[in-house]
Design a binder for this molecule. Structure first.
Ligand SMILES: *[C@@H]1O[C@H](CO)[C@@H](O)[C@H](O)[C@H]1NC(C)=O
Ligand SMILES: *[C@@H]1O[C@H](CO)[C@@H](O)[C@H](O)[C@H]1NC(C)=O
Ligand SMILES: *[C@@H]1O[C@H](CO)[C@@H](O)[C@H](O)[C@H]1NC(C)=O
Ligand SMILES: *[C@@H]1O[C@H](CO)[C@@H](O)[C@H](O)[C@H]1NC(C)=O
Ligand SMILES: *[C@@H]1O[C@H](CO)[C@@H](O)[C@H](O)[C@H]1NC(C)=O
Ligand SMILES: *[C@@H]1O[C@H](CO)[C@@H](O)[C@H](O)[C@H]1NC(C)=O
Ligand SMILES: *[C@@H]1O[C@H](CO)[C@@H](O)[C@H](O)[C@H]1NC(C)=O
Ligand SMILES: *[C@@H]1O[C@H](CO)[C@@H](O)[C@H](O)[C@H]1NC(C)=O
Ligand SMILES: *[C@@H]1O[C@H](CO)[C@@H](O)[C@H](O)[C@H]1NC(C)=O
Ligand SMILES: *[C@@H]1O[C@H](CO)[C@@H](O)[C@H](O)[C@H]1NC(C)=O
Ligand SMILES: *[C@@H]1O[C@H](CO)[C@@H](O)[C@H](O)[C@H]1NC(C)=O
Ligand SMILES: *[C@@H]1O[C@H](CO)[C@@H](O)[C@H](O)[C@H]1NC(C)=O
Length: 574
């Protein structure tokens, strides 16, 4: 049994360490010709994390991913010109540009499209002098640093492969130099590669024995990935076949698209915490054949629309069901601040193609944030430490989440509220997550725990909450149909066990990252993912754990519950 009470003497020390670390981080992040990325506040981190945690049971193809087309937002000619003007080693060799990509990952993007091309027998990011292997190292670095229960997320890596014919061989004719882009498939790629090889064989006898294999190896993406990326992070096509009990010798390429859509993807929880995967790689072009793509899914698994959606925004139960049966719904388009959220409520994962460059890329942050945080109101969930309040017998515990719906503008946001307030409860149908109703009576949130039967909702409904944007939209539509101007409703989400760790109501749920905090290895998990905020967050969690030991959960419960029953008997007004 872990007990953390004996650690109390170090709490003062840990405060000092936290402050020093935060200072260090602040100090080291301010010396570049570029705009600095805004820090992700502790509230925003908590919001993102709670959204992730309530989605544990959702299969990864149904998760919302806010993504960017890296070519449009960063790796483009404008950036190339700007870094040439800045003219420092790190700007010229691509380090600055890649650091901005890393910052975008830290801001919480969940997917990205990368365009690559072959130049000089090597894979480069399209229109840049940045090698794909350096990109992969940057990506791996981010995954290493964020690979804890606190910060792990799922990434969707979408790859577009552009094949240039020979570009630096004098013996090649003008015709061969034609740049072939976009529509080449693997048959043609194979042609290009073999032709290149045979040209060199006949053209330059001496070069042949050196170049014959290096060339193929350099352009072999499987080898490139294996040499520059920790492949344990990758969820592979063979994993999907295995998870669906299919023969491993089946090729995912040979499965028709109707059959791939019946394959079942792992849930978020299984993906991150059981399999310890982090990333799914998919090729949007169709250059790779099977032997070249053991890590890469074909584009047939995706539903990717460009500019205009081919799916309509659902309005009734039938349409909600239909749209949620489509896997990996992506929409690649320019988005504006309001549009991005509307599209996400319709069930799409946006891929932002707005034009930016290395000089103004930080201006993408509001757009990304707006897409990522779909549930909580701005600056929510506000931080709380219920222990302090409860200790004063003040009938206050700001550890429960309420849904605030305003019908005049159709907005619905979650915010932190006092668990002692009495409110109507949101009830979700057990068989169809897009059908909602409300409880007849108003209750305190704590009353829900007092009563083991879920007696608040009608038959076939349970006290619940929307866990995807689609569900949130269906709930919004239901509330609109009720013709009441405003609602403040309880949803089944609280942070009673550990302040600031938001979980769906069941008592059996434990905060998944409090254990690593209480294990005292908290300094080693202080990875510089959104460095400053992470430091602060861990400090907040750590300090609140010192006050509310996790293994005292049940005692804490009993106290809370006793207090409620007592107060109810005494008829204390709320
Ligand atoms: C997730 O699914 C498991 C098994 O289906 C179930 O026991 C558990 O209650 C679910 N959790 C949530 C939060 O819905
Ligand atoms: C970027 O510059 C290259 C070479 O100058 C050119 O071929 C390419 O079309 C440009 N790309 C864009 C998107 O303008
Ligand atoms: C770029 O230059 C910096 C400073 O010399 C070096 O640390 C870094 O590794 C280089 N990056 C690449 C991708 O070559
Ligand atoms: C092509 O690659 C070789 C080695 O891989 C390198 O020495 C050479 O400088 C590169 N040429 C250009 C133009 O980048
Ligand atoms: C792939 O290449 C073959 C042979 O060149 C061609 O017939 C086919 O149309 C190509 N497919 C696509 C999608 O470009
Ligand atoms: C690639 O080219 C080689 C040699 O010409 C050939 O044997 C092989 O079948 C080709 N592979 C594909 C997928 O077309
Ligand atoms: C290049 O090809 C020759 C003959 O085709 C082969 O003997 C040699 O091993 C190859 N080079 C490398 C580095 O494998
Ligand atoms: C590519 O690399 C992988 C791993 O190194 C290897 O198994 C595969 O045979 C290579 N493919 C080709 C076409 O060279
Ligand atoms: C997208 O929709 C808009 C208006 O709905 C239309 O004007 C435009 O042509 C469409 N674009 C494409 C590529 O279909
Ligand atoms: C960012 O810069 C690019 C290129 O310089 C420009 O096209 C784009 O409009 C700018 N975006 C914003 C939001 O200012
Ligand atoms: C609840 O669901 C069961 C099974 O679908 C059904 O038989 C029953 O009538 C439903 N109860 C109500 C009140 O709708
Ligand atoms: C991370 O979370 C998983 C699942 O919630 C749990 O099984 C595991 O013990 C946690 N790991 C740590 C270090 O807390």
């Amino acid at each position: 049994m872990l007990s953390i009470r004996h650690k109390r003497p170090i709490s003062f020390l840990s405060v000092i360490i936290c402050i020093i670390l935060a200072r260090l981080c602040l100090g080291s992040s301010s010396s570049s010709p570029y705009e600095t990325w805004p820090e992700v506040s502790v509230e925003e981190q908590n919001a993102i994390r709670s959204e992730r945690d309530i989605q544990n049971n959702i299969t990864i193809d149904q998760l919302p991913y806010v993504g960017v087309n890296l070519q449009s937002v960063l790796f483009n000619n404008e950036t190339y010109e700007e870094v040439s003007e800045i003219d420092t080693t790190t700007s010229l060799n691509g380090t600055d540009t890649l650091n901005n990509f890393a910052s975008m990952l830290n801001q919480g993007i969940g997917s990205f499209i990368l365009d690559i091309e072959n130049k000089n027998h090597t894979w480069y990011i399209l229109d840049t002098n940045i090698q794909v292997k350096d990109f992969l190292s940057t990506l791996e670095n981010f995954l290493d640093q964020s690979n804890s229960n606190l910060s792990a997320n799922v990434l969707l890596f979408l790859l577009r492969i552009h094949v240039n014919s020979l570009d630096d061989d004098d013996s090649v004719t003008e015709n061969d130099r034609t740049i072939i882009r976009d529509t080449l498939n693997h048959t043609t790629l194979n042609y290009t590669m073999t032709r290149q090889l045979s040209l060199e064989l006949s053209g330059n006898e001496r070069a042949k024995s050196v170049s014959n294999n290096t060339q193929l190896t350099n352009l072999n993406l499987t080898a490139l990935i294996e040499q520059n990326f920790n492949t344990n992070y990758i969820y592979k096509p063979s994993n999907l076949l295995e998870d669906n009990n299919l023969n491993l010798s089946t090729s995912i390429l040979n499965i028709s698209s109707s059959a791939t859509s019946s394959l079942e993807w792992p849930t978020l929880e299984k993906f991150l915490y059981t399999k310890h995967n982090r990333i799914v790689i998919t090729e949007l072009t169709s250059m790779l054949n099977d032997s070249l793509s053991s890590y890469v899914f074909p584009n047939t698994i995706l539903h990717l629309d460009r500019y205009n959606s081919t799916l309509t925004c659902p309005t009734n139960a039938e349409e909600f069901k239909n749209i949620s049966s489509i896997q990996w719904r992506l929409l690649e388009a320019p988005f504006d601040y309001n549009g991005i959220q509307q599209y996400m409520r319709c069930g799409f994962s946006p891929i932002i193609t707005n034009r930016f460059s290395i000089l103004n890329i930080t201006e993408i942050t509001p757009l990304i944030n707006r897409g990522i945080i779909w549930s909580w109101k701005k600056n929510e969930p506000r931080l709380s430490n219920s222990r302090l309040l409860m200790g004063k017998d003040s009938m206050q515990a700001y550890n429960c989440a309420m849904l605030k719906f305003t019908s005049s503008n159709g907005s619905a946001y979650w915010q932190v509220d006092n668990c002692y307030s009495t409110r109507t409860m949101v009830c979700k149908n057990k068989f169809d997550p897009f059908i909602w109703t409300l409880s007849k009576e108003k209750h305190k949130y704590f009353t829900y725990y007092n009563d083991n039967d879920d007696v608040f909702c009608p038959d076939n409904y349970t006290f619940s909450l929307p866990i995807t944007q689609l569900e949130q939209r269906s709930l919004d539509l239901y509330l609109e149909s009720l013709d009441t101007p405003n609602f403040n409703l309880w949803i089944n989400l609280n942070s009673i066990a550990v302040s600031n760790c938001w979980l769906i109501g069941d008592r059996s749920y434990m905060c998944p990252y409090s254990r690593s905090v209480s294990k005292r290895n908290f300094v080693s998990m202080l990875v510089p993912v959104v460095i400053i905020a992470a430091v602060l967050l861990v400090c907040v969690l750590y300090l609140s754990l010192l006050n509310v030991p996790i293994h005292d959960n049940r005692k804490n419960w009993r106290r809370v519950v006793n207090k409620i029953s007592k107060s109810e008997m005494e008829g204390v007004p709320s």
